[in-house]
Structure formats: C-alpha cells, structure tokens
Write a protein that binds this ligand. Structure first.
Ligand code: FES
Length: 107
C-alpha cells in the first residue's frame, strides 16, 4: 500500500492507503474525496479529475502525453506546471507520501 494525501483548496486533507495499480482518480473516487468529479471515468476526456502534483514527485509520475496536455488546457481550475489528470497517474510504491492538491472547481 502507498499513502497518498489529497488536500482540498480549503486546506482540508485526507490521507488514504492507496492500492498500487489504481489511478489517483480511482483512489479518490472510491474513498469519496470531494472535488474529484471524474465524469468520464478515466478516459482522459473530461478533465474533471484535475489535480496539482507535489513537485517533488514530478520525476516519479513522469511526463504527460499529448492527450493529457490538451485536456489540461480546458480545466476550470487554473493550469499550473504541476497540473495533471488524476486518472492518468498510476499508484506505485514510489508515490508513497505524495500530497495531491485539488483545484477549487472542476466543472
Ligand atoms: S476522469 Fe475524465 S479526464 Fe480523468
């Protein structure tokens, strides 16, 4: 198991023991984390699972592909250098301790 912390824009944080192999979106939805809407169910087609990744883990989560990059241009929340789609990031032991921030709005 890998510990992931989801922090909402009001500062509320929830630490979750995430199953390796799940996406950060699936973990959040399964645990009822507010602010991860995930309308498309993980197809990189809605951008309502927008998150901000802890910059210290950027080398672990890897580069985004062209589709994710395009979708992130359409997020409701401000796009940042650390913006990612939670459905495109798979939990691995190397993510243990990561803090994921959730934008104020997704839709
Ligand atoms: S769930 Fe739709 S883009 Fe991630």
């Amino acid at each position: 198991m890998t510990t992931v912390t989801y922090r909402s824009s009001d500062g509320a944080a929830r630490e979750i023991e995430a199953r390796d192999g799940s996406s950060l979106m699936e973990v959040a939805v399964k645990d009822g984390v507010p602010g991860i809407v995930a309308e498309c169910g993980g197809a990189a087609a809605c951008a309502t699972c927008h998150i901000y990744i802890d910059a210290g883990f950027a080398h672990v989560v890897g580069e985004l592909d062209d589709l994710e990059d395009e979708m992130l241009d359409d997020t409701v929340g401000e796009r940042r250098d650390t913006s990612r789609l939670a459905c495109q990031i798979i939990v691995t032991p190397e993510l243990d301790g990561i803090v994921v921030e959730i934008p104020e709005a997704q839709q």
